[in-house]
Design a protein around this ligand. Structure first.
Ligand code: AP5
Length: 190
């Protein structure tokens, strides 16, 4: 893979896809292009083909070894892309058996990011966004559990930096301040 490789992460519903879409639009106007790849979409295409999951929310409840196989094949497929790449994914995935690394060593070896972004905001705002999104089957959890997940993501991101030498950037995507998050992400991607 050539070009810049940026990985964008954040707990479900924090708004990472919304911020990515806004930042890529800003950059497009400046003649800077990134190919945006959604890790969950790559995984789901295989899971669906093999009859393992009916929707993307079902994947995090599959047995761990199956999730790892899906993860590995998604990473391999993405590694074949060239140019500037932005991967929309998760630092960790909450499974019924605990947190699973979203970017274990075998995934990082394929992707070798230059920068990893964590999109974050207050847990109460994330809870409200999940409750208002009827298109997805979100896990029912309180704001304390969401805060724990965000904290775990910061910890595991540090280990990803140790493994790859990538920089780690936190971006806050607060209610009514989407523009600020979009501009901050565009600045990292420029
Ligand atoms: P994925 O598709 O990434 O699902 P997700 O985490 O649920 O992500 P979403 O796209 O739903 O949330 P988002 O944070 O992007 O929020 P959005 O922009 O939509 O992953 C699916 C599955 O794939 C995972 O569950 C997992 O199983 C698997 N997977 C993925 N990567 C993996 C990996 N590496 N390893 C293993 N498994 C992996 O916004 C949400 C809402 O908030 C919207 O309504 C939006 O309008 C609103 N909003 C956004 N910003 C603001 C704001 N500033 N103010 C007010 N509202 C806002």
């Amino acid at each position: 893979m050539t070009g810049r490789r940026v990985i964008v992460t954040g707990v479900p519903g924090v708004g990472k896809t919304t911020v990515v879409t806004g930042a890529l639009k800003v950059l497009e106007g400046e003649g800077i292009s990134y190919r945006s790849l959604n890790f969950g979409t790559y995984m789901f295409e295989t899971a669906q083909k093999e009859g393992l999951a009916r929707d993307r929310d079902e994947m995090r409840r599959l047995p761990g070894d199956i999730q790892k196989t899906l993860q590995q094949s998604a990473a391999r497929a993405m590694a074949r892309e060239s140019g500037n790449i932005l991967v929309d994914t998760h630092a960790s995935v909450k499974t019924p058996k605990g947190f699973m690394a979203g970017l274990p060593e075998w995934v990082l070896r394929e992707l070798m990011p230059d920068t990893l972004i964590l999109v974050e905001t207050d847990e109460d705002q994330i809870l409200m966004r999940r409750l208002s999104d009827e298109t997805r089957t979100r896990d029912m959890e309180g704001s304390g559990a969401i805060a724990d997940h965000q904290q775990f993501n910061r910890a595991i991101a540090a280990s990803y930096s140790m493994l790859t030498g990538c920089t780690i950037k936190y971006i806050t995507n607060a209610d009514f301040l989407l523009d600020r998050a979009v501009e901050e992400m565009a600045a990292v991607l420029r």
